[in-house]
Design a protein around this ligand. Structure first.
Ligand code: ACO
Length: 322
C-alpha cells in the first residue's frame, strides 16, 4: 500500500519581535494579563516588504534542503492560509513559480485547522497517485488583518510560516510503518460568526479585521480538540500511551493544558511554541513540527498526534509516524 512519508520540514518566523510590554504601550493591557490568560510572551511580525508568499518560500526552501530535494521534484503544492497575497490567483502559484515546481498548486482556507486540512488533501492525492511529492504549507500574515487597537484580539496573534514535504512510498499497513496513518477533518458552519474577519472581497471589498467571541471560542476549542483526538485514537485502536508526541494548534496555553489533561498525556510529550510565536493560525502546527526537529526531540519511528481548531468552526486531527 502507498503511504505519505514525511521527508522534510521548514519554518520561517519574521525577524521583528513584538513583546507583551510593547503591546501595553498601544492598548490597555499588561504582560501579566496576556501571559496568564494565554501563555504568550511575544510574537513575530512581518516587515513591510514581506508577505505570505515570501514567508512560505523561506519555509519551503528549508523543507526542500532537509528532504534533499529540488523545487522541480515537487508536483503538488497546497498552501493553507487565511491571508493570501492577493484575492486571486492562489498564493501557491507564486510559490510554485519561485521554486520551479510542476504539477498542481492551490490554496485552501480552513482558518487555524488549515494545515491539517491541507495535509489530509495531500495525503488523499498522493495515495490516489494524482501526485508523487507534495509540499504542504501553512502560512499567515495575521498582522495585516489584526485591529491593533482591539485588546481582545491583538494580543493573541502573530505571523509565520511552516512547510512539510510528503512523498508517496510503498509501506505496510502496520501501525509501526512510517507515514500518515489517518486524518479527520470536521466543520460546523453554525459557529461561523464566533470567530471571523469583519470583511471580505465579496462583501466589504476589503479583507476586514479579526473579530472573536473569546469565551465561546475557548469553550468550543477544548470540546472539539478533545473529542477529535479521542476519536482518531479510538478508531486506530491506540491509547495515549502509544503516542510519542502531541502537536496541537498553538492558540492558547490554557486550551492546550486542558486538552492534554483530558486525553491523559504528560506535558513533556507536547511540543510548544505558543510563548514565542502567539497564534499563527494555519502556520502554527508546521512551525511546531519544525521546532520539534530543530530541538532534537523528533526521531525516526516516533508517532505524532496533531490536533487543531479554528474559525468556521473547523477542527481536525492527524496521526503521523516519522
Ligand atoms: N488585556 C487586559 N484585559 C483584557 C484584554 C487584554 N488584552 N482583553 C480582554 N480584557 C478584559 C476584558 O475586557 C474583560 O474585562 P471586563 O470583565 O471588564 O469586561 C476581562 O479582561 C475578562 O475578559 P474575558 O474575555 O472573560 O477573559 P478570558 O479569561 O475569557 O480570556 C481570552 C480571554 C484569552 C481571549 C480567552 O477567552 C481565550 O483564549 N479564548 C480563545 C480565543 C482564541 O484562542 N482565539 C484564537 C483563535 S481560535 C483558535 O485558534 C482556537
Amino acid at each position: 500500500m502507498l503511504r505519505s512519508r514525511l521527508l522534510g520540514v521548514g519554518s520561517y518566523l519574521p525577524e521583528r519581535i513584538v513583546t507583551n510590554d510593547d503591546l501595553a504601550k498601544i492598548v490597555d493591557t499588561s504582560d501579566e494579563w496576556i501571559y496568564e490568560r494565554s501563555g504568550i510572551k511575544r510574537r513575530h511580525i512581518l516587515a513591510e516588504d514581506e508577505c505570505t508568499s515570501t514567508s512560505s518560500i523561506k519555509a519551503a526552501k528549508e523543507a526542500l534542503a532537509m528532504s534533499g530535494l529540488k523545487g522541480e521534484d515537487i508536483d503538488l503544492i497546497i498552501l493553507a492560509t487565511a491571508t493570501p497575497d492577493k484575492t486571486f490567483p492562489a498564493t501557491a502559484a507564486i510559490i510554485q513559480r519561485e521554486l520551479g515546481a510542476k504539477g498542481a498548486a492551490f490554496d485552501i482556507q480552513a482558518a487555524c485547522s488549515g494545515f491539517l486540512y491541507a495535509m489530509s488533501i495531500a495525503d488523499s492525492m498522493l495515495k490516489n497517485r494524482q501526485a508523487t511529492t507534495a509540499l504542504v504549507i501553512g502560512a499567515e500574515s495575521l498582522s495585516r488583518i489584526t485591529n491593533w487597537l482591539d485588546r481582545n484580539t491583538c494580543v493573541l496573534f502573530g505571523d509565520g510560516a511552516g512547510a512539510a514535504i510528503f512523498r508517496a512510498e510503498e509501506a505496510t499497513d502496520s501501525i509501526q510503518s512510517f507515514g500518515i496513518h489517518d486524518m479527520i477533518i470536521r466543520s460546523d458552519g453554525n459557529q461561523f460568526d464566533l470567530l471571523c474577519s469583519s470583511g471580505g472581497a465579496a462583501t466589504s471589498e476589503d479583507c476586514g479585521k479579526i473579530t472573536m467571541n473569546g469565551r465561546e471560542v475557548y469553550r468550543h476549542a477544548v470540546t472539539n480538540l478533545t473529542s477529535i483526538a479521542e476519536e482518531i485514537l479510538t478508531r486506530n485502536h491506540l491509547s495515549h500511551q502509544d503516542l510519542d508526541w502531541f502537536i496541537p494548534h498553538q492558540a492558547n496555553m490554557r486550551i492546550i493544558e486542558s486538552v492534554v489533561q483530558k486525553i491523559a498525556l504528560p506535558m513533556d510529550k507536547v511540543i510548544l511554541t505558543i510563548e514565542d510565536t502567539a497564534n499563527t493560525s494555519a502556520a502554527s502546527i508546521p512551525i511546531a513540527l519544525a521546532k520539534g526537529f530543530t530541538d532534537g526531540k523528533l526521531k525516526a519511528g516516533d508517532l505524532i498526534l496533531f490536533d487543531a481548531m479554528g474559525g468556521g468552526f473547523t477542527w481536525a486531527a492527524g496521526l503521523l509516524r516519522l
